[in-house]
Design a protein around this ligand. Sequence first.
Ligand code: EPZ
Length: 423
Amino acid sequence: MDRIVVRGGGPLNGSITVSGAKNACLTLMPATLLSEEPLTLTNAPRLSDIRTMTTLLESLGAEISTMQDGKVLAMSSHDADNPVADYDIVRKMRASNLVLGPLLARHGHAVVSLPGGCAIGARPMDLHISALEAMGAKIELKDGYLHAKATGGLKGAQIHLEFASVGATENTVMAATLAKGTTVLSNAAREPEIVDLVECLRRMGAQIDGEGSGTITIQGVDRLHGATHPVVADRIETGTYMLAPAIAGGTIELIGGRMGLLGAFCEKLDACGLEVVETPKGLRVSRRNGRVDAVNVVTEVFPGFPTDLQAQMMAVMCTANGVSVLEERIFENRFMHAPELIRMGAQIDVQGGTATVTGVDRLKGAQVMATDLRASVSLILAALAAEGETVVNRVYHLDRGYERVEDKLSACGADIERVSDHD
Ligand code: EPZ
């Protein structure tokens, strides 16, 4: 298994090109099942999660060819006739559940393994199920699989999500594009990845309004045609690298970064002493003074502070001036990076969904363990200015969501390298 070795050092200076958004690409790819015609995605990120989704869609009968070193995904579901998403693939990645709505819309039935929980939480699918049942689907759980049937096809419905779930919104919107009649989805998630999905579906001929607001209206059509769509920039990757100068100092320009994708996150950066300037190519970030100031964070649905940036912000708060309180309101177990940061000398007290961080002068390098995607990258951030060497093990978590993090950071002057066990 690979590991990443970081030797803490001085300020970082340079630019990082932001890749296409993993969480947009993972919902755009299943949309190929909604049409017999080719759907091509450009600006796709080269990540293991994308390869997992490719394997899943191919098992359903889609044909996917990757071009331009993986940045272009040319997909055709013309002959996709298998409605069964197998546990062996689904268990590897929870986002596999995003084939449920498209399969149901395409075949009138679907058998999708429940993805099961993951490190950060139980990750149930009750909101996905109740939304699709409101559209006439009959869904039952048998042997760990959801068996869904919509004889006569799905019907438009008025649906209210109890919680603005990203995945439930995506499954429902995709299913509704081919339903008979109109679906109005209220308390829909507003994340930029959903806006990007709707823009792609509209290119395919879907009739959808309201994306990015709390209510999305979908007028079902008989069929969708092919399209080519560029994957939106990854706001979580952008936010992650914006925090590198917060910890290590210096100035980094995020090429392709867009302020509008970051919601409340940018206000927090300003509050803790980071200067963010929009440039013709993206966003330039630097610290106003020597060290950032502690700020409090509460994770919320978009446009609130993203839960996917909570671990990274905690790493920054470990060497901030003062005490910060971070409250995780989206997932039930998303502080697994805390014990690892404590091994590096951080002062963190976790009580349930709240972590209190008291800033220290400097962290110390250590052997640490990555437990999930965002926890892994928070350890790398912490290591950038730590004293000595940090070894982050189990970086396969990292490769799920970050393209060659060591290349992007070393191009800005970080002393970071990937070491393979067989090296
Ligand atoms: C998406 O997951 C993202 N993944 C997650 O990113 C992100 O953290 C999350 O949205 C929140 O922004 C992808 O887009 C592939 P949710 P999703 O449904 O759709 C509960 C990363 O690091 N819930 O909005 O699964 C759920 O348990 C990943 O890139 C139900 O209770 O998130 C959680 O507590 C991690 N019932 C909360 O809602 C349901 O039916 C948010 O889940 C569905 C969700």
